[in-house]
Write a protein that binds this ligand. Structure first.
Ligand code: A3P
Length: 290
């Protein structure tokens, strides 16, 4: 069941944590935010590689210079458009602005769809998203989930969870994948070939980095480097909000951890749901046959 009340807000049919969202902040993103043609969006359903892409984009636009990556938190360098800090961070920021969002297209800034702004949508195996979100819910006081993993899978599958249905989010954004200003990536692309995927991102963005700058982006976007960077590992967030002793924010950083968590019955039930929900999607993902 989606949490309602003090810990969350509802907007446009989705539930968001009230720690960093208000009705006004999401309404601002949806109805008032003016997208510029030069904006670059990092779009994800939560736990799909958002922070990873924040770091990659930030490093690419710094041409591999580490100053910002080592001195400014990732959420300030590539802020969420729907959070309460969006206007403060973004309105007067020079172009190109790097912007993150978990919003589905139904409540995305209207001005985006008529713009030349670029968007990268990163999608991850939903079973790994579910596992990652479960541990995140345990370590985050503001998410308030107390359910067992089995109950959590059911909420995730039904979409009665913060940020709404994974299926709706993914199918909603996949509808835009043939636009020339839209790049669809998977978490597995990044995992299997970080350098090659960073080069694809650079090409999509028209960023021509020299080899040593690319080397720096790759080295500093590795799981180990990000785990050790306090500007990206969320250790700046007080322990009463995120308790990394319960589970680190950068937890395992792998694909397929769901196999260590789903029972055969849960796995089979999710597989059937996935087949049914995704049947109209004519794209193959690396996890489709697993
Ligand atoms: P796990 O919990 O499975 O480890 P988001 O940033 O969207 O909240 O996603 C967080 C997930 O992305 C976590 O997954 C985290 O470990 C993973 N992640 C972040 N940076 C990563 C990196 N450089 N390499 C691999 N996984 C990374």
């Amino acid at each position: 069941m989606a949490r309602q009340g003090t810990g969350s807000i509802e907007y446009g049919g989705i539930t968001l944590p009230s720690l960093v969202h208000t009705d006004a902040s999401v309404r601002y993103a949806h109805q008032s935010f003016q997208v510029r043609d030069s904006d670059v969006f990092n779009l994800t359903y939560p736990k799909s590689g958002t922070t990873w892409m924040q770091e990659i984009l930030s490093l690419i636009y710094s041409n591999g210079d580490l100053t910002l990556s080592r001195s400014v938190p990732s959420w300030e360098r590539v802020p969420w458009i729907e959070q309460t800090t969006a206007a403060e961070y973004l309105e007067n920021r020079p172009s190109p602005r790097l912007i993150t969002s978990h919003l589905p297209p139904t409540v995305f800034p209207a001005s985006f769809f008529a713009s030349q702004a670029k968007a990268i949508y990163t999608v991850r195996d939903p079973r790994d998203v579910c596992v990652s979100l479960y541990y995140y819910a345990k370590m985050s006081s503001f998410l308030e989930y107390k359910e067992s993993f089995g109950e959590f899978i059911e909420m995730f599958a039904a979409g009665t969870i913060l940020f709404g249905s994974w299926f709706d989010h993914v199918k909603g954004w996949l509808a835009y994948r043939n636009r020339k200003n839209f790049l669809l990536l998977t978490y597995d692309d990044l995992l299997q070939d970080l350098r090659g995927t960073i080069l694809r991102i650079c090409q999509f963005l028209g960023k021509d980095l020299d080899t040593s700058a690319v080397d720096t982006v790759v080295a500093n976007a590795s799981f180990e480097a990000m785990k050790g960077n306090k500007m990206v590992n969320y250790s700046l967030v007080p322990e009463d909000i995120m308790n990394q002793k319960i589970s680190p924010f950068l937890r395992k950083g792998i694909s397929g951890d769901w196999k260590n968590h789903f029972t055969p019955e849960q796995s089979s039930a999710f597989h059937h749901l996935y087949q049914q929900k995704m049947k109209e999607v004519d794209i193959r993902f690396p996890w489709d046959d697993l």
